[in-house]
Design a protein around this ligand. Structure first.
Ligand code: ZN
Length: 401
């Protein structure tokens, strides 16, 4: 209950037939069983008994007093403290009127708050629904479109890069990847492995299933599990549709919502223009984390030791630190560089360590059926510029490029 006010005079306005429709101002007092109005231009009063009290004005800002015996006259105040006047507690008519007004104010406030809450919820809802909507839109894209998009982007890569096409090397690489690919659902994607002669420490995936490794990464890895760790991560970018989701995300909220509620055919034209974008696309932190986690699950399912994924990221982190020391700001890292697109933060390896600790597989991993050193030697022997690569395999690989 609000404390009873000791205030007895309230700034007020009034209408009175003597002044036509003109509003007059003055003060309001409740005393002597009357509601009194006194202004420069006159004085009048209503008996408290059977006085009518109502809210009025914009947003019910004002408390109006009227009386059946004085039609066309009214007194009003914006000072709601008047409802705490002792007269309201003493006079049953006034008490009822006051309680009715307070209830109405309360309901009004609840409605306002309710509407505000609805607006906030709607905005939050659309915001929260954005990622699921992006995911849903991407999953509606026909597999052939995705394949075509990835192939177009890959064709651009081959214009400027030299592919390693040696049948024996390719066969060994496929043999290495086979157990991992065997656990990945193949209903939507046909995975294709490529090796590009490039000394940088890089690998990337394109929508539809083109998986590309740079010779720098394959020759720089210490174990086959490290290559498989990266491969599992890249496969996950494909199966989780990160490339496609990145493009859809780029359409903005309006575009996403309209395609979500419309149909994906509108995307066809957009996709055609987005093939080059795929080559410089940087995945979000969330997508990288998703690729780590999904990749981990693929490795686990294939009974391949995910430890390789962790040691590879650790290696990347050391490389990154070294680079940052040398090149403040790291501007020398180009967009296609695995390091610049995959910051190997401590948090990332820590997360994988946690997953490994919880893995029911523990140590029951199979031995990779490939002589990794032999594979690396075969690959090295097929390089058109082995000297360049050799320099690259040394610790300051980055500068050699
Ligand atoms: Zn990635």
């Amino acid at each position: 209950m609000p404390a009873q006010t000791t205030k007895d005079s309230f700034e007020a306005g009034a209408f009175h037939p003597d002044h036509g429709t003109r509003r007059i101002s003055g003060t309001l007092r409740i005393e002597g069983g009357m509601v009194n109005f006194a202004g420069d231009q006159g004085f009048f009063a209503f008996p408290l008994d059977s006085v009518q009290i109502n809210l009025g004005g914009a947003s019910d800002r004002l408390v109006f007093f009227a009386h059946a015996n004085f039609p066309k006259a009214s007194i009003f105040t914006s000072d709601k403290a008047i409802l705490d006047h002792p007269a309201f507690a003493q006079n049953p008519t006034l008490t009822r009127a006051r309680d009715r007004i307070r209830r109405r104010k309360l309901v009004g406030r609840c409605i306002t708050l309710g509407i505000l809450a609805l607006i906030v919820a709607a905005i939050a809802g659309v915001w929260l629904a954005k990622d699921p909507m992006v995911k849903a839109v991407a999953s509606q894209v026909p597999a052939e479109w995705e394949q075509k998009l990835g192939d177009t982007a890959f064709a651009q890569v081959t214009l400027t890069s030299k592919l390693v096409t040696d049948a024996d090397v390719k066969k060994q690489f496929e043999q290495l990847a086979a157990p991992l690919l065997a656990v990945v659902p193949q209903d939507r994607y046909k995975f294709k492995l490529h090796i590009i002669e490039d000394a940088s420490f890089n690998a990337f995936a394109l929508p539809g299933g083109n998986l590309t490794f740079h010779t720098g990464l394959l020759l720089g890895a210490e174990t086959p599990e490290e290559v498989l760790g990266v491969l599992a991560h890249e496969i996950s970018h494909v199966t989780e549709q990160h490339g496609m989701r990145g493009i859809v995300q780029g359409l903005g909220l309006y575009g996403i919502v309209s395609i979500f509620f419309g149909d994906v055919s509108g995307l066809a034209a957009i996709l055609v223009n987005n093939a080059p974008f795929l080559l410089t696309q940087k995945f979000s932190r969330d997508h990288e984390r998703e690729a780590d986690e999904q990749g981990f699950r693929y490795l686990e399912a294939a009974k391949l030791n995910p430890r390789g994924m962790i040691t590879f990221f650790e290696k990347m982190r050391r490389e990154e630190e070294k680079l940052r020391e040398k090149i403040p700001g790291g501007e020398a890292m180009d967009a296609l560089n695995f390091l610049s697109t995959h910051p190997a933060t401590q948090e990332r390896t820590a997360h994988l360590e946690k997953l490994l600790a919880k893995s029911p597989r523990k140590d029951g991993f199979t031995v990779v059926d490939l002589n990794f050193k032999e594979f690396q030697n075969a690959l090295r022997s097929k390089l058109s510029q082995p000297e360049k690569q050799k320099k690259a395999e040394k610790p300051d690989a980055k500068k050699a490029k």
